[in-house]
Design a protein around this ligand. Structure first.
Ligand code: NDP
Ligand code: OXD
Length: 307
């Protein structure tokens, strides 16, 4: 009975070390060396399609991170449980990333930096945080944490989810009508949705047209949710004032991409938040013990809804 780790991008020796120290009595293998019959639990990032077919006794696959669309794309058998790491450190890092950009945009700190380069001493009018309404698309583990992180700065906060919600201090919207309301009422929109059939290409020209003119977009969900050509057109027309994009339809973004140079667009290399291998390994070890003792596993996703 053993655990498998697979990733084309992670620091594999580090993850193996962490998993082995949390599961000292359990063999933990990296992809290519695994004895296929023994593997019960796999921990993976972006496995190729059909990758799990070779493990006849596999019962559960955990994403190393919060998103699971890359696991589902590999098409694990229908009876295999799919879960994800729920890391408090990830939520903190995501809130830091989004709050930093929200404040930078709200206070127009780019203009202050420009003034320094131009040796201009000019004191702009200080905007009121309550007048800036920030809309968060996705009120899950990360979106809710971000809502809580923005409130102490005085921002007005709205959120959008699939099912109705009631969160203290947050104007909650849901469904199609809710999307129209949140887009029309916020001067900054943060996308923290999972990638599913419903959210693929959701950030497109139609959605941008429903945002307030000159509003900002902070996209930290998934690359498959944004139509980059539409974003560039919206930035150039002024419909979107500025954008931060952390996740792209094709990653890594090639050096030849024009997006690096697009005015009013901040490009970041999928760094908003990353799982901490130490806490992730601790959590995965607990899940493994539940699996082996027949207890219900936690942090599983609903394969029907895709998140
Ligand atoms: P959760 O699964 O906890 O929450 C997802 C939220 O999105 C829920 O509120 C859900 O609504 C809502 N949602 C899903 N589908 C729809 C829909 N069709 N319409 C409206 N709302 C919808 O996800 P997390 O908060 O943990 O993570 C969100 C995503 O962030 C991840 O899937 C990943 O893609 C991305 N991410 C990006 C990182 C980065 O570094 N850029 C790092 C980590 C994650 P409901 O509550 O009603 O179910
Ligand atoms: C994740 C990510 O989904 O890092 O965890 O994007």
């Amino acid at each position: 009975v053993a655990v498998l780790f697979y990733s084309p991008t992670h620091n594999i020796p580090l993850w193996l070390r962490m998993l082995r120290s949390e599961l000292p009595d359990v063999p933990v293998y990296a992809g290519s060396e695994a004895p296929t019959d023994a593997i019960r639990l796999a921990v993976a990032w972006a496995p190729p399609k059909g990758y799990f077919d070779r493990f006849p006794n596999l019962q559960a696959v955990y994403s190393t991170g919060a998103g699971v669309e890359h696991i589902l794309a590999a098409e694990p058998g229908p009876n295999i449980l799919v879960g994800r790491v729920i890391d408090p450190g990830m939520a903190e890092a995501m809130s830091q990333f989004c709050t930093y950009h929200a404040i930078r945009i709200h206070r127009d700190f780019d203009r202050i930096a420009r003034q320094q380069r131009e040796r201009v001493w000019h004191v702009p009018v200080q905007p009121r945080a309550a007048d800036t309404r920030i809309g968060i698309l996705g009120l899950g583990m990360l979106g809710r944490h971000l809502a809580g992180a923005l409130r102490p700065f005085g921002f007005s906060v709205s959120g959008w989810s699939r099912s109705p919600k009631s969160i203290d201090g947050v104007r909650c919207h849901w469904g199609e009508d809710g999307l129209r309301e949140i887009l029309g009422s916020c001067s900054q929109i943060v996308c923290l949705l999972p990638l599913t059939e419903q959210t693929r290409n959701i950030l497109n020209a139609g959605l941008f047209a429903r945002m307030q003119r000159g509003a900002a977009l902070i996209h930290v969900g998934r690359g498959g949710q944004i139509v980059m050509e539409d974003l560039v057109a919206a930035l150039r027309s002024g419909q979107i004032g500025q954008a931060v994009v952390d996740v792209f339809p094709g990653e890594p973004l090639p050096a030849s991409s024009p997006y690096w140079d697009e005015p009013h667009l901040v490009v970041t290399p999928h760094v908003a938040s990353q799982p901490d291998p130490l806490t992730a390994a601790h959590q995965i070890a607990a899940e493994y013990r539940r699996l082996i003792s027949g207890d219900e596993m936690t942090n599983l996703i609903d394969r029907q809804s895709g998140y």
